[in-house]
Design a binder for this molecule. Sequence first.
Ligand code: ADP
Length: 645
Amino acid sequence: MRTLKDFIKHLRENKLREVAIYNLNVIKGMDIPLIKLLQQKGVLKSLDDEATIQMTVDSMSKSLLAIIEGTALQNAKISLQQWKEDKIPGIGKNEIQPSDLILVYAAQKKTYQHFLPDFASDTAEAMAILGELEDFQTEVQNDAIQMLFTIQKETELKLKETETKFRLMVQNVKDYSIIMIDTEGNIQSWNEGAQYMNGYSVEEVIGKNISIFYTDEDKENGLPAHNLNIAKKTGHFEAEGKRLKKDGSTYWADVTLTAIYDEGEKLVGFSKLTRDITKQKFAAEELRSLNNFLDSVLENIPNMVFVKDAQDLRFVRFNKAGENLLGYPKKDMLGKNDYDFFPREQADFFTSKDQAVLNQNDIINIPEEPIETKNGLRWLHTKKIPIVSPAGRAMYLLGISEDITDIRNAKLQLEQKTRELERSNSELEQFAYVASHDLQEPLRTVSSYVQLLASRYKDKLDKDANEFIDFAVDGSKRMRQLINSLLEYSRVNRVKPFEWMELKEVMSDIEKDMKDQIKESGAEIIYNGLPKIHGDVVLIGQLFQNLIGNAIKFRGTKKPEIKITSKKKNGQYLFSVKDNGIGISKQYSEKIFIIFQRLNSREKYPGTGIGLSICKKIVERHGGKIWVESEAGKGSSFNFTINAE
Ligand code: ADP
């Protein structure tokens, strides 16, 4: 007896096309939703056209072969699996119903049954094959339905899972308030973030209008209706604004309204997403006020301050002092570079300095640079500083310039004056030298003849003549003294090389030279620990000798006591020659250093009034200063400094 397999083999080999067409007709009569869906989606066209017939022939050939080889169940599994993995286009996972499968299998069964009498005329054989077919179909169909269920359940579970996750996520987000509202702004649901942000419980807000979150001022200005209207029209609205909490406090909110439509594309409400941006707003505000502060600092600095972009050296900042200095308004400067304002040569100079700053990434100091301004040439002292990003890339160049034109002019004038003074001083010295030197010759003649006159004619003429001759002799002596002092004075600045000298040796030479004076006056000279100094030995000797000489000369009634001390201070030696003589009243403490200035009568204290002016010159030649501390009747202290090296 033949079996189902023989029957199927017979169909596949002899009747395939007929079976396919018959099957299509059966399906047509059955009104299967899945087939309609396939037709709707365009996967299947008409059930009568050749392409569909051919497709059915192919698939029937496969499934008949599967029955023959006993792999039908496996095949069904494979195709369901493919469909599960979305490899079969057109039909979604939930679009196949178990009933679809039942109907498809029923159509198949009906088709096979139709051809059975043709194959098996023997009733017993036909019944056996029919039974086999029935069992087979039921088994395959049940398994397929089972598989379909499993797949659909899996998908459903997954969907549910993501839905739950999403809901939880939305619900628990604290940083965002998510509110679902209807088209009029009435609250339908909200998340925990909304509760947290606004301070109301869910029960308190459901059904309320979102206007409860708006300040009175906003409400007067037509909010939130205005925003909802825009969202209604455009589907979307974004804004920043102040929002009200339940406790009456406010916060800054960043709000996005998004329209929600149903399947029929009808507006059903909005999602309202709100973020509390108070902190950011505050930080931004703080930054802005810091910036304003820095701006006003920059604006009010009396020096020109500018910032250039490191890339193309265009001005990006420019302050008021800069505007005043250059004579160009800020708006004309910004975005331009040096070549837009200055003569080419000057712009080249500025640019080369800018590039040097940026290349060496270090500050550059330009003590003097000329700049052509709208108000004429000015001189600047400029510092250029590179401004570097945290990554070390030069971003900007900062320049700070001080207008030194006036200081520079004053300095130049001073230098000019000093030069003139030096010239006239040296001319004067030259003159004093020449005069005193040349005067000596006629003076010698006068004094030798006056002395001759005195020795030959004294007491030979009358009494008056004797007196006149004495005057003439005195006068010529005095004149010699003056001329010698003047010569000495003019020689101080003759440049001689400095050398190291032991002052105590200089002192003992002086004591030898002055031994008569010292003896006669009974003077005591005290000095200890005098240093070695660098200078002109002859002049230094002269300096000490003059001061000691004065201290002895201007002694009072007491025995002169002269104390010489020294100490080192700021790279200089400070010397002091102190006596116990007649002293000098304060008002004369400057005058005595001027040439020919004397305070006392020549009869009592002889002298030319040149000694201290020579001392002053010597001290200055050694880089120091001289001054006196004294009071009339209380002795004097002549102090002076000398460079230590
Ligand atoms: P001279 O000694 O030739 O008068 P100086 O230039 O040395 O000239 O001194 C100027 C004047 O300063 C002196 O005439 C005197 O009045 C005053 N003087 C200088 N040294 C002393 C001193 N040690 N004590 C008091 N007066 C002094």
